[in-house]
Design a protein around this ligand. Sequence first.
Ligand code: URA
Ligand code: SF4
Length: 188
Amino acid sequence: MYDWNGLKAVCSDCTKCGLCETRNNVVFGTGREDADILFVGEGPGEQEDLKGEPFVGPAGNLLDDMLSIIDLDRKSNCYIANIVKCRPPRNRDPLETEQDACIGYLRNQVVLIKPKIIVCLGRIAAKRLIDPDYRITRQHGQWVEKNGIWMTAIYHPSALLRDVSKRPETFEDLLSIRAKIQETGAKI
Ligand code: URA
Ligand code: SF4
């Protein structure tokens, strides 16, 4: 287990999986390092790889709008990270082996952040962090408590860009996140 500086240093020149060969930047994560709410996506896309920051492309703009609906802001009161920290080529899903190589860093981040609430963005993060058999269509918005942390998943912002019909359900899920913030006394 590393402290923040140690972890950032190790990640910045990590070669534990093949994604190191095609990345421009390791996308470590961003936000408040003692946030009570952590959002986890699947992995960097093109813009994220170029900038070294998570969710800065079109999906990121939508995520920022979604956060603002429930008074969250990527800089001041939550933290945003991904299952893998380097971009999968052509935005394919990260392989199991790549997720296995990278997940320890995210777990280290969780230990350092100590969030009360983790929100998985999309199926890949939900399968990895909540349940390998997770079905996003059926289970989004449901809550489970694991090791004292409340966990849920919502549709990935990219899915919401492709299919606007999923947005009303996601609005309900956002309200449920806001309710959980209130219930747990999470600081925002
Ligand atoms: N999609 C993700 O899952 N993560 C990002 O950082 C950007 C897009
Ligand atoms: Fe290392 Fe994770 Fe990047 Fe793979 S994706 S090279 S494990 S930081």
